[in-house]
Design a protein around this ligand. Structure first.
Ligand code: ADP
Ligand code: MG
Length: 339
């Protein structure tokens, strides 16, 4: 079990869907840097300016704390899965936020899909294709509407359990950004798996260079971003193959099977990390048309932009992100602007 998790972690470390092209500019200010394995992924934290050292050690502690709190196999989520009541104000608030996204995306984000995540073997690493009968039987134990934290009290109906994999790193990114702010960190790059948090600017009026990975290797496009979080959910991040067919880890809560709609990845850029993470998963499930419609409805009011990568090598980009695109990878020139 431990071994399977370790393999999974190592794999995801190599399969970052977003990667940074920027190197840290040299400068006389306090610098701090660390790499660690948390939340099933390799994270690198690089900070500069203010109390960078103090910020780094607080960030490491915070990641360890959140890893335990939000892990599907951790104490808190395990007790919930056994039908026990849990009192935890922070988790209740986080769940309320994710439920808002479930509502707004018509249930495409559903943290109660955990029984299906387990049935496909995405937790243990013992991958298998469940029968359609098994999946329809599991539907009884999936449904975000059944989840309603009251104050700080959380409980689940029998047979239900939670996975916060779709939102944990985004929430963690928000927490780390807050720490950076409290410590007066001037600039920094935090990479939590496929989630990149950019603090400040690389240099005055210069953004950080971030690349969106192409499934076949290399990158699809590069972006210049400052003070934002960029999160990618892709079908090539975690998957297995069986009888020549590929099964990835983002499940359509309607079918409890991997979402299939022509999308290879969804990148969401926002100052709100939880939103970016929640929506990258949800829009991936919704498919290109509904994802574009979701951006038209909520993009401006909630403050986010989207980039969709399709199987036929097109890039669909919401209007506001277009000026941030600095280049395309080989085979990825076709840009469709969503407005
Ligand atoms: P990653 O964790 O690779 O960055 P995501 O943020 O897209 O990718 O989250 C995927 C994880 O979320 C899965 O591993 C699974 O645990 C969980 N998950 C899968 N499908 C859904 C869904 N429709 N809604 C909520 N969580 C999901
Ligand atoms: Mg996500």
């Amino acid at each position: 079990m431990k071994k399977a998790r370790l393999v999974k972690k190592t794999l995801s470390a190599f399969l970052l869907s977003l990667f940074l092209l920027s190197l840290f500019p040299g400068c006389g200010e306090e610098k701090a840097e660390a790499t660690l394995f948390v939340m099933d992924t390799a994270s690198t934290l690089r900070l500069e300016g203010g109390k960078a050292e103090e910020a780094l050690s607080r960030m490491k502690e915070e990641l360890t704390r959140l890893d335990a709190l939000l892990d599907a196999e951790g104490e808190v989520l395990s007790s919930l899965g056994r039908g026990e009541e849990v009192r935890n104000g922070e988790l209740a608030a986080l769940l309320r936020e994710t439920l808002r996204f479930s509502r707004e995306t018509g249930g495409a984000l559903d943290v109660t899909v955990n029984p299906a995540v387990e049935a496909w073997g995405f937790r243990s690493g013992n991958y298998r294709v469940p029968s359609s009968g098994e999946l329809s039987a599991l539907k009884e134990y999936v449904g975000w509407e059944k989840l309603s934290p009251e104050g700080d009290l959380i409980s689940l109906p029998g047979g239900f359990s939670l996975t916060l994999g779709a939102v944990a790193k985004g929430y963690a990114g928000d927490r780390l950004r807050a720490i950076a702010g409290e410590c007066g960190v001037k600039r920094g790059v935090l990479s939590l798996g496929g989630n990149v948090v950019l603090i400040g600017e690389k240099q005055t009026n210069t953004g950080w260079s971030v690349a969106v990975r192409a499934p076949e290797g290399g990158y699809a496009l590069t972006l210049s971003l400052s003070d934002a979080m960029a999160v990618t959910s892709g079908s090539y991040e975690r998957y297995f193959e069986k009888d020549g067919k590929r099964y990835h880890h983002i499940l359509d809560p309607q079918t409890l099977s991997p979402a299939e709609n022509g999308l290879l990845s969804v990148t969401v850029v926002s100052k709100n990390g939880l939103l970016a993470d929640a929506l990258s998963t949800a829009l991936f499930v919704m498919g290109p048309e509904k994802a574009a419609e979701h951006w038209r409805t909520y993009g401006e009011s909630e403050g986010f932009e989207i980039l969709l990568l399709t199987g036929d090598h097109r890039i669909l980009a919401s209007k506001g992100i277009v000026p941030h695109i600095t280049g395309f990878g080989e085979g990825y020139g076709e840009l469709v602007i969503i407005e």
